[in-house]
Design a protein around this ligand. Structure first.
Ligand code: PMP
Length: 418
């Protein structure tokens, strides 16, 4: 433990964030001659050295395609790839190793279910429920499937704080509902949705549930058996792992019944010109050469987080959230979007009548990296009758001093524009 001093609150004890920051080489740099304040973790997280070094070593010393080779390197790489699958299984507390499908990211994971589940179970006039706060990648694949099948998309609304209205959700469920697809944590508002309750309500009606865990998995312990969701999707790059790798968790029963999404090498059992039989799980859903080095990198990132302890991460990030909320809300003219009781450390805001791009550009020149715009949730912003926001999304390598710096920077911007 280390005592961490801040301007506004005196002393707050936190875990050793300085030590943690040393694990992330990219953080220790200047942009435009100013120390980098990286608050764009919702878009992607930075990588610890152990992930970077492991992947570099794999390319330098071990690279070989998996599953097909009888030679030493291929066998070694196959073992490491399959070990990564087991690490993900343990991380999510999935019942079976073959319930973990490696994809290239959340988008690919959701598209897999939308296509494949749609082919197997969705008919004309059936309904799929999503929420008003979904990322486009949990809307558009369902929309395309609904168009193909002549089915309908139904939408769970949220209140102005950014909390889903569960009573409205219950009213949407009927005998035509085929699946519920809901985000665990909103990337635009930070809301942590009650996904266990949402799943239980759907299950009372025998409806399966897909949870988009892209913004949840890096902030809290995930237990898919306890949550009891049928599918859980996330991207490696948001959990301190590499880009180009992601996961689709699916209950064995569904994955066995669903047809493959993409096809080609690796996903087959036997091919003739008349007929093809498919490989068993998980390979049925992993057509072509997988991103095996990415998968191993993801496993290393998960080991790294487990080493720090997800409880420690969650406690520290809560301190950042409380501190940031207290300080940002003292700024006159700052409007915060997403004030749910249960949320991650994410601040979505507009500063007076300054356009978010202008705020973001000015912050960038002061060394602060934030995201501006609709954050791939255009329907969510329609709720607030605005086009988007400035989003500062923080994680466990961010500091209270960086929040102080953001507040001072915003005051300077107000002086310039107002
Ligand atoms: N869902 C949510 C909630 C997200 O935040 C994102 C990424 N911003 C996605 C899905 C899509 O993830 P990816 O682009 O890595 O496929």
């Amino acid at each position: 433990m280390k005592i961490h001093k801040t301007k506004n609150t005196g002393q707050i004890s936190v875990f050793d964030v300085a030590k943690i920051r040393n694990d992330f080489p990219i953080l220790n740099q200047k942009v435009y001659g100013k120390p980098l304040v990286y608050f764009d973790n919702g878009a992607t997280t930075q990588k610890p050295k152990i992930v970077i070094d492991t992947m570099s070593k794999l390319f330098s010393e071990h690279n070989s395609n998996v599953h097909r080779g009888i030679h030493y390197l291929s066998g070694q790489m196959t073992d490491m790839y399959e070990l990564a699958r087991t690490k993900v299984q343990n991380y999510l507390n999935a019942r079976h190793n073959h319930e973990i499908i490696f994809t290239y990211g959340t988008t690919a994971s959701i598209n897999t279910v939308a296509y494949s589940f749609g082919e197997a179970y969705v008919k004309e006039n059936d309904e799929i429920i999503v929420s008003e706060m979904e990322h486009h990648s949990n809307i558009v694949p369902w929309q395309i499937m609904c168009t193909r099948k002549n089915a309908k998309l139904r939408v769970i609304p949220f209140n102005d704080k950014g909390e889903l209205l569960l009573n409205e959700y219950k009213k949407l469920i009927n005998s035509r509902t085929k699946l519920v697809a809901v985000v665990h944590v909103s990337n635009s508002l930070g809301t942590i949705n009650p996904v266990k309750e949402i799943t239980a309500i759907a299950h009372e009606n025998n409806i399966p549930v897909l949870i988009d865990g892209t913004q949840a998995i890096q902030h809290q312990k995930i237990d898919v058996q306890d949550m009891d969701c049928d599918f859980y999707a996330f991207s490696g790059h948001k959990i301190y792992g590499p880009t180009g790798i992601g996961v689709l968790y699916g209950k064995e029963r569904w994955l066995n019944e669903m047809p493959p999404y993409q096809s080609g090498g690796d996903m087959i059992d036997r091919v003739t010109f008349e007929h093809t039989s498919y490989a068993d799980l998980p390979f049925k859903f992993e057509a072509g050469t997988p991103n095996y080095i990415g998968a191993i990198g993801l496993g290393v990132a998960m080991d790294y987080l487990t080493g720090i302890g997800l409880d420690n991460i969650q406690n520290y990030e809560k301190k950042l959230l409380d501190y940031g909320t207290a300080n940002l809300t003292t700024l006159n003219g700052l409007k915060l979007y997403g004030t749910a009781k249960n949320k991650i450390c994410l601040f979505s805001f507009l500063l007076n009548n300054v356009h978010p791009y202008d705020t973001g550009t000015m912050l960038d020149k002061m060394g602060v990296a934030v995201r501006t715009g609709h954050h791939c949730t255009q329907p969510l912003w329609e709720h607030y009758k605005t086009e988007g926001s400035v989003r500062a999304s923080l994680v466990f390598y961010n500091t209270l001093e960086e929040i102080d710096f953001l507040c001072e920077a915003l005051k300077k911007i107000q002086k310039m524009f107002i």
